[in-house]
Design a protein around this ligand. Structure first.
Ligand SMILES: CC(C)=CCC/C(C)=C/CC/C(C)=C/COP(=O)(O)O
Length: 305
């Protein structure tokens, strides 16, 4: 008669689970989940997040949220081989994930889409940063790119507009220039606020040799040059009477300034795209708050000769 095998460590202290359950994956685990213990362990690396960190996960106690894309957490608290149960029983066999880690593997569709978009953004921006250094693929074009950078910088625009305002002798020109000055200052403040909130670092390949920066300019989201380019472009097209070729040039300038931000390695593409949208929207604010001698007589009195 064969000797009875010693009980496996896993089985020690509690009755063995029915064979059918041991052989199969948990019924509720989707087929898209990473397979095998190795995959689960790899996926659960990294710092622990709070138990309910709002990434489409589940609250403590289990139950996938509607719309969850990927879930390993649907076993619920009563899973027969949960870590706490195994601890109680002294087992050492394959460890299913603690609930917190399962939630990390349970991102929403939006979360996955955003992470993928950001990964593509970083990758493509790095590839497009062809003037990021003298030794880069288009390094010889870097000086030209830096001239374009200065053409969209805040200082020449603010000082130039202020100078024009002091020199203007028609009330119509003063009104336009005063509103342009207001637009430029509003833009600088808004960009600084968003940069200070988002705190996205500049791309690692950026060389920090920019012409006059303020403290938040160590951050890259959104691009201040792109917001200014879009804002000034809309403003000029709306308030200056220009021949068509000049209007085309203004639009081209805004596009070139924006593209040059990525080529210089100053920004990722999403910084520039958001900057363009923000600048476009800020023009709407300027138009809404349009300053005129009727609404702000004291301001206009400062410049009337
Ligand atoms: C006269 C006055 C108020 C000047 C402040 C202008 C100034 C220092 C603006 C910052 C311009 C700048 C370096 C923006 C950063 O642009 P990104 O495209 O690199 O975000």
């Amino acid at each position: 008669m064969a000797a009875a095998e010693p009980p496996s460590p896993r089985a020690r202290g509690r009755p063995p689970p029915p064979p059918a359950r041991r052989a199969s994956r948990p019924r509720t685990a989707p087929r898209t989940a990473p397979q095998g213990e190795g995959a689960r362990r790899r996926a659960s690396c990294g710092p622990r997040r709070p138990p309910y960190a709002g990434r489409g996960g589940t609250a403590r106690g289990g139950g996938a949220r509607p719309g969850s894309f990927l879930s390993l957490s649907q076993r619920g608290p009563a899973a027969p081989d949960s870590p706490s149960r195994r601890k109680e029983s002294g087992g050492t066999a394959a460890a299913p994930l603690p609930e917190e880690d399962c939630m990390k593997l349970n991102p929403s569709f939006v979360g996955i889409a955003l992470s993928s978009l950001l990964a593509i953004d970083l990758w493509a921006s790095k590839r497009l940063g062809v003037c990021a250094g003298e030794g880069s693929a288009w390094g010889s074009a870097r000086p030209l790119m830096k001239v374009i950078e200065v053409s969209g910088h805040g200082i020449p625009w603010v000082l130039g507009t202020f100078y024009g305002l002091c020199q203007s002798d028609s009330s119509a020109a003063r009104e336009v220039l005063l509103n342009l000055l207001f637009a430029l200052l509003l833009d600088i403040v808004m960009v600084a606020v968003v940069k200070g909130i988002v705190k996205r670092p500049r791309p690692t390949h950026n060389k920090m040799d920019m012409f006059v920066t303020i403290s938040v300019d160590k951050y890259s989201f959104p691009s201040g040059h792109a917001t200014r380019a879009a804002l000034v472009c809309r403003f000029v097209l709306r308030h200056l009477v220009l021949a068509v070729p000049l209007r085309v040039l203004v639009v081209l300038w805004a596009l070139i300034v924006s593209i040059s931000r990525v080529m210089l390695g100053r920004h990722n593409m999403t910084d520039v795209l958001f900057g363009l949208l923000l600048g476009y929207a800020l023009y709407g604010v300027v138009e809404h708050c349009w300053l005129s001698p009727a609404t702000t007589p004291a301001l206009f009195a400062l410049w009337s000769h």
